[in-house]
Write a protein that binds this ligand. Structure first.
Ligand SMILES: NC(=O)c1ccc[n+]([C@@H]2O[C@H](COP(=O)([O-])OP(=O)(O)OC[C@H]3O[C@@H](n4cnc5c(N)ncnc54)[C@H](OP(=O)(O)O)[C@@H]3O)[C@@H](O)[C@H]2O)c1
Length: 317
């Protein structure tokens, strides 16, 4: 495969063209010609070597784990896909990433692309879609009418979470800065708390929270939870340090707190596809760059500001 990635960990100057062998097509695999690749914070965290302890990748590696493209070869046992199908997926976190021309991926991780979406729009959805589905449905079991708090509603995860929570019938409150209040309302948020106007405050009490921020933002938000509520957090200690008081507060409030790390899953991808086709979720792609070394550098610089609204996607020309 020809792609963009790294030969050693470091800053954006380490991004370079990489050629590594495409994995051999197994009986249950698809070969996909990649048309667009989503950009997520995990991409630059891997590039900087921050995840080496958990993911000891062999270098060089091609970055990116979010894609849409066209099936160009099919393993002999694959039943539900054909050459020429448009698909979207989040592959396993392996060294053969999606900032590339092609990838071999297990057919169980893939779903048909939602009708009416461009490749770029479709590539913006898999990783955030899976994370949100697993946090809200599998862990949170969010119900109609439930009061849900989503931290960081304007980011990639937050933009998806607001829409999925609304599709599940929840009453959605989210945090963002003043400049993004209209944006999160347009996505469906019922109540918006601007974190840049002082301590977040509301009389609403929440039975479920999705934490996409960690640190003090998480600690502050815990105080808005109902006793014995549920929390799904996607932030680990390596992403943001937990304030010392958080463990005690979680215990005192009897909260059930689960850490979620995105699992690639074709069945879940089909749930996302259904939500898009039912017009309950719309893509929220805000930045597009070409899949070139320069394009990836711009995309990573933007993602690392922590200020991106919606999603960044790289497009293969
Ligand atoms: N565990 C997992 O499997 C998993 C999966 C996906 C992502 N993650 C992690 O989850 C985090 C979020 O991911 P993402 O893709 O959503 O990131 P992102 O798109 O880069 O998030 C950027 C957004 O965060 C908002 N934000 C920043 N500080 C905030 C604050 N204090 N309060 C409210 N909003 C704030 C920004 O809005 P303003 O400009 O208005 O501040 C911006 O719109 C990252 O650390 C990522 O690595 C983990």
């Amino acid at each position: 495969m020809n792609g963009i990635g790294i030969r050693r960990y470091g800053g954006i100057e380490e991004l370079t063209e990489i050629r590594i062998p495409t994995k051999k097509l197994g009986p249950d695999d698809l070969l996909v010609s990649i048309k667009a690749s989503g950009v997520n914070p995990v991409d630059w965290k891997v590039r900087e070597g921050l995840l080496q302890a958990d993911f000891p990748f062999e270098l060089p590696l091609v970055l990116g784990w979010d894609a849409a493209g066209k099936v160009s070869a099919v393993g002999e046992s694959v039943k539900h896909f054909q050459i020429g199908d448009d698909v979207f997926f989040r592959p396993e976190l392996v060294r053969e990433g999606t900032y590339a021309d092609e990838i071999v991926v297990h057919a169980n991780l893939v779903a048909p692309m939602p009708d009416g979406l461009t490749y770029a729009e479709a590539a913006s959805l898999p990783l955030v879609g899976l994370t949100v589905w697993q946090a809200l449905v599998e862990v949170g079991q969010v119900q109609t009418g439930e009061k849900v708090l989503i931290l960081g509603g304007s980011g990639g995860i937050g933009s998806m979470a607001i829409q999925v929570a609304k599709a599940l019938g929840a009453h959605v409150t989210t945090t963002t800065s003043s400049k993004n209040m209209d944006y999160v309302r347009e996505l469906g948020a019922d109540e918006v708390l601007a974190y840049d106007k002082g301590t977040i405050h509301t009389t609403t009490k929440f039975s479920f929270m999705l934490d996409t921020l960690g640190g003090e933002s998480y600690g502050e938000a815990l105080k808005l939870m109902e006793r014995k509520g549920k929390v799904a957090t996607i932030i680990s200690e390596r992403d943001a340090k937990r304030p010392a008081y958080v463990d005690t507060l979680e215990k005192e409030m009897g909260l059930s707190v689960m850490y979620v790390f995105t699992r690639p899953d074709g069945k879940n991808m089909n749930h996302i596809r259904n939500l898009v086709e039912a017009r309950k979720v719309r893509p929220f792609l805000t930045e597009m760059y070409p899949l070139t070394v320069e394009g990836v550098r711009k995309a990573h610089s933007s993602s690392q500001t922590g200020r991106v609204r919606g999603k960044i996607v790289l497009v293969n020309n």
